[in-house]
Design a protein around this ligand. Structure first.
Ligand SMILES: *[C@@H]1O[C@H](CO)[C@@H](O)[C@H](O)[C@H]1NC(C)=O
Ligand SMILES: *[C@@H]1O[C@H](CO)[C@@H](O)[C@H](O)[C@H]1NC(C)=O
Ligand SMILES: *[C@@H]1O[C@H](CO)[C@@H](O)[C@H](O)[C@H]1NC(C)=O
Ligand SMILES: *[C@@H]1O[C@H](CO)[C@@H](O)[C@H](O)[C@H]1NC(C)=O
Ligand SMILES: *[C@@H]1O[C@H](CO)[C@@H](O)[C@H](O)[C@H]1NC(C)=O
Ligand SMILES: *[C@@H]1O[C@H](CO)[C@@H](O)[C@H](O)[C@H]1NC(C)=O
Ligand SMILES: *[C@@H]1O[C@H](CO)[C@@H](O)[C@H](O)[C@H]1NC(C)=O
Ligand SMILES: *[C@@H]1O[C@H](CO)[C@@H](O)[C@H](O)[C@H]1NC(C)=O
Ligand SMILES: *[C@@H]1O[C@H](CO)[C@@H](O)[C@H](O)[C@H]1NC(C)=O
Ligand SMILES: *[C@@H]1O[C@H](CO)[C@@H](O)[C@H](O)[C@H]1NC(C)=O
Ligand SMILES: *[C@@H]1O[C@H](CO)[C@@H](O)[C@H](O)[C@H]1NC(C)=O
Ligand SMILES: *[C@@H]1O[C@H](CO)[C@@H](O)[C@H](O)[C@H]1NC(C)=O
Length: 530
């Protein structure tokens, strides 16, 4: 609360003091002291330049030419009083106390008043009530404000000072020169930032300085600029050790602060809000990973990851879940001693299934000298080398994902060379019969006037080596929906419900009107060991 004392003034005061000593004359206009005091304080105005050895001096004070304090007053004032050494005591300064004060003295043998010292008193006030506001902004519990990126933000600062003040705005200790109105002695100073950006984030300070006392008060406000990620969250999966052990990953990077993510299942009725919450770990994170299993995913057709940002932005990503559905020829016929390839295609499964070939005993077939397994997603092939009669039977194209496990049964029929020979003989016999028939027919025709009996001609049977392909995708859909649900086994093992869709081996194609007989399925319980 210091006030400037002009060195020149001090020097001139000393010079004048010496002059007074020699001449005892006063040049009142040339001595000018200047003091600034804060409103409400008490002030002491010294009566200086007193004559040495003057005994029994009397003092009085004038303000702006009028006597305001005299010795032995009739009504002693509490506000103004003169102490023994002549100084004027002012208690509880008011702005009206401002003025030019003169100290005068009187010696006992002289009735005239001598002017001794001259003091200019200034009363300052403030800055007080410095207030700062940022709109529109949201207050965080720790007192920090935040705004959404892109908004027009208004900054208000005001304060009170007497006689005047200088308001300035600074951001992160850098004065806002760009804003013309950022300097002045107005009681308020406002500015705005259009389309606020993250680079505008920082500490905003409004400083108010009393132009008289140079007293400075500043007020600071931390402002954060929040923004949601521009893109949508990314949903993905990662298959771990086992096909039913899957990690669903949801990532939503690029926001500030970090968003909140959660995964939901979406019910078929489209009641999203009521959808089963797979794992609603509502924690702030840019990446949410959850382990899923068959129990969690039971009956879920779609999963959704919803990201919430504090700015009110909500975005989601989702993916469909589909049971595995291996497709292929259910009936394959091979000639003994030849090589045969069993084929299967798995395109439905979401997340992608792990597809293997299995034998009747549920053992996974690996590539050996007997088998070659081709795993070329989505095509899965099994080459059986040098087929023998023992190879005849069912093979399973087994497909498993976190939702379900299903197998396509492929039945291999092995024809021996002998059977083949028999067929050749059969064909020969048929041709012979036909030729005989033609001969007989021609004979009969030539003698039709004598014979009235009709003769039938036998047809040549189709070659039964051909693979019968009875699978039709539309029909597959029909039985898919009619599969009964089996309760899970609880035999200590991890059990898996496997649907085997099998097309019965039928040599007869005369029941074309009955799709039920052509395609039906049998759910089979298999123990998913290993
Ligand atoms: C002031 O008074 C004292 C005695 O009271 C005296 O000794 C001294 O010389 C005086 N000085 C002047 C400047 O008159
Ligand atoms: C005069 O007396 C007041 C107290 O009454 C004191 O504050 C001030 O310093 C004194 N002045 C001088 C010049 O001694
Ligand atoms: C005051 O009186 C004394 C003697 O009593 C005298 O020496 C002095 O000069 C007088 N002062 C003035 C200013 O008249
Ligand atoms: C206030 O909280 C926000 C968010 O919680 C944080 O970013 C900021 O740094 C905090 N400010 C202070 C001064 O602690
Ligand atoms: C503002 O400052 C100017 C000089 O810089 C002065 O003339 C004016 O009176 C001041 N206004 C207020 C309200 O103090
Ligand atoms: C107000 O303050 C700024 C920075 O402190 C300064 O540059 C400017 O001259 C001041 N204005 C007045 C009228 O005192
Ligand atoms: C705030 O005020 C203090 C003194 O009260 C000063 O030292 C500081 O530099 C000011 N800060 C700013 C940003 O003006
Ligand atoms: C959600 O996942 C966390 C770990 O990712 C796990 O600790 C918590 O138990 C899960 N909550 C539910 C309801 O499954
Ligand atoms: C998910 O995002 C899509 C647009 O990508 C939007 O149409 C849908 O309403 C959002 N769903 C939820 C639950 O937020
Ligand atoms: C059967 O496959 C094996 C292995 O690829 C091959 O060595 C063999 O020649 C094949 N046999 C026939 C009859 O194609
Ligand atoms: C095939 O290999 C897997 C391990 O890679 C093994 O668990 C399985 O028993 C093997 N199958 C046969 C028939 O050896
Ligand atoms: C096929 O298998 C049979 C019986 O196991 C064997 O006699 C024959 O040599 C094998 N043929 C080939 C080409 O490996």
């Amino acid at each position: 609360m210091g006030y400037p004392e002009n060195p020149k003034m001090v020097i001139s005061a000393v010079v004048l003091y010496l002059l007074l000593l020699s001449h005892q004359t006063v040049s009142e206009e040339q001595v000018q002291r200047y003091i600034i005091r804060e409103k409400g304080e008490n002030a002491v105005l010294q009566c200086l330049d007193q004559p040495v050895n003057a005994s029994l001096l009397l003092y009085r004070w004038k303000k702006d030419g009028t006597v305001v304090a005299a010795p032995n007053p009739l009504k002693p004032s509490e506000h103004l009083s003169i102490s023994n050494n002549g100084s004027l005591w002012i208690s509880g300064l008011q702005s009206t106390d401002e003025g030019q004060y003169e100290c005068e003295s009187q010696t006992t043998n002289d009735s005239s008043w001598q002017t001794l010292s001259n003091t200019l008193l200034r009363v300052s006030e403030g800055p007080t009530s410095v207030s700062l506001a940022v709109k529109p902004a949201t207050l965080l519990p720790n007192g920090t404000l935040y705004v959404r990126q892109g908004l027009d933000v208004y900054f208000y600062c005001s304060s009170e000072s007497f006689p005047s003040q200088n308001l300035t705005w600074t951001v992160e200790d850098v004065a806002l020169d760009v804003y013309e109105r950022a300097s002045g002695n107005k009681s308020s100073l406002d500015f705005s930032i259009r389309n606020i950006q993250p680079s505008d984030q920082g500490m905003y300070t409004c400083t108010s300085q009393n132009t008289l006392s140079k007293t400075t008060v500043n007020k600071s406000q931390e402002l954060l600029v929040y923004y949601a990620p521009e893109r949508h969250p990314e949903c993905s999966w990662e298959i771990l050790n086992e096909p039913f052990d899957v990690l669903f990953i949801c990532k939503w990077h690029g926001g500030y602060p970090v968003p909140t993510l959660d995964w939901h299942g979406v019910l078929e009725e489209n009641v999203i809000a009521k959808g089963p919450t797979i794992n609603s770990t509502s924690q702030e994170t840019e990446c949410l990973e959850i382990h899923v299993n068959r129990l969690i995913l039971h009956d879920v057709k779609e999963v959704k990851c919803v990201g919430h940002h504090v700015t009110g932005v909500e975005k989601n990503c989702s993916f469909e879940l589909k049971r595995p559905y291996p497709l292929g020829d259910p009936l394959v016929t091979a000639l003994e001693g030849s090589n045969i390839t069993l084929s299967c295609i798995e395109t439905d499964s979401l997340p992608p299934a792990k597809t293997v070939w299995k034998q009747k005993d549920n053992k996974i077939i690996n590539t050996t000298s007997k088998y070659i397994v081709y795993d070329n997603n989505p095509n899965y092939k099994l080459l059986i080398i040098n087929v023998t009669k023992e190879d005849e039977g069912a093979y399973y194209c087994y497909s498993e994902n976190p939702l379900d496990a299903r197998a396509l049964e492929v039945f291999l029929t092995v024809k021996t060379s002998a059977g083949n020979g028999g067929a050749v003989v059969g064909v020969f016999v048929s041709i012979l019969i036909m030729m005989i028939g033609v001969t007989v027919g021609v004979t009969v025709y030539s003698k039709r006037d004598r014979i009235c009996i009709g003769l039938g001609f036998s047809h040549l049977d189709d070659d039964r080596w051909d693979v019968l392909s009875l699978v039709d995708s539309d029909e597959e859909e029909i039985f898919h929906d009619t599969v009964p649900q089996l309760p899970p086994l609880t035999n200590g093992h991890a059990t898996t419900l496997v649907e085997v869709h099998r097309i019965p081996s039928s040599d007869h194609e005369d029941n074309a009107d009955s799709t039920d007989q052509q395609t039906h399925t049998e759910p089979v319980q298999q123990s998913a060991d290993s």
